[in-house]
Design a protein around this ligand. Sequence first.
Ligand code: ATP
Ligand code: MG
Length: 286
Amino acid sequence: MTIDLPLVARGKVREVYDAGEDRLLLVASDRISAYDHVLPTPIPDKGAVLTRLSVWWFEQLADVLAAHGAEHHLLPPTHLPAEVADRAMLVRRLEMAPVECVARGYLSGSGTVEYRRTGAIVDVELPAGLVEGSRLPEPVFTPSTKADVGEHDEAISFARTVELVGSARAEQLRELTLALYRRGHEVAQQAGIVLADTKFEFGVSGDTLVLADEVLTPDSSRFWPAVTWSPGAVQPSYDKQFVRDWLTSSGWDRQSPPPELPADVVDATRERYVAAYEALTGSSFG
Ligand code: ATP
Ligand code: MG
């Protein structure tokens, strides 16, 4: 595949191209990453599933954004190169806020690790007695830095967020992140899915806050089937769980280049991504 546009950046999963006139083309590949490594085996259709899901969510979230005087970065899908049309988004090129805006409604992952150690997630105090998978009394904002390639994102305090973006902007990011999470949670709940947590990225255009990047996908969020939700253990999820479980059982040391995935793991993972898309949007992936 060749795209005849200047490549601006290549992330683990996506390529970003300069589409001219202050526009970017974000192209989601079928690459999958786990434990900070890109695996050698792609998951067919993953890029298309994540792109179509993001586009769907931007619409679902439009009124929440409008109520906060904010916008999203999606532009009408003209100029999409045919070979990537199903997995590309044309967006406004923005100055990105240097924080990843994480909302958590449930305790999980790095949140659980930190909570066990300190009873809090950085400066956000949580009640005693929570376990992996517990619902929090209310959703919390736990921002993190945007790590450089190969680095781990690092959770930061609200005070540090204020240092990075100023206090008015930090308040606005927190309010909007939590409002978007609440809407996302409500919409997912109707589809029988628990939106445990998610990460948003925002840009600014003049004075307007603009929701950017991908939104509420299995790569940026934890989605759990509501029927199996049962706090106290790692929850079954709609993402790379098969991949992570298989990698763990394969004996891979998480340092050397990761192994190829067997076909059944690829298929099961593809099915999970498609199932999440279909459950949320109510339409068939095709
Ligand atoms: P990785 O995913 O490998 O950790 P990454 O997050 O930098 O790296 P991607 O997510 O693949 O890479 O690439 C998307 C990049 O584009 C991110 O850096 C994101 O912040 C940026 N981005 C998303 N939307 C916009 C936008 N509207 N304007 C400018 N930059 C954007
Ligand atoms: Mg990213």
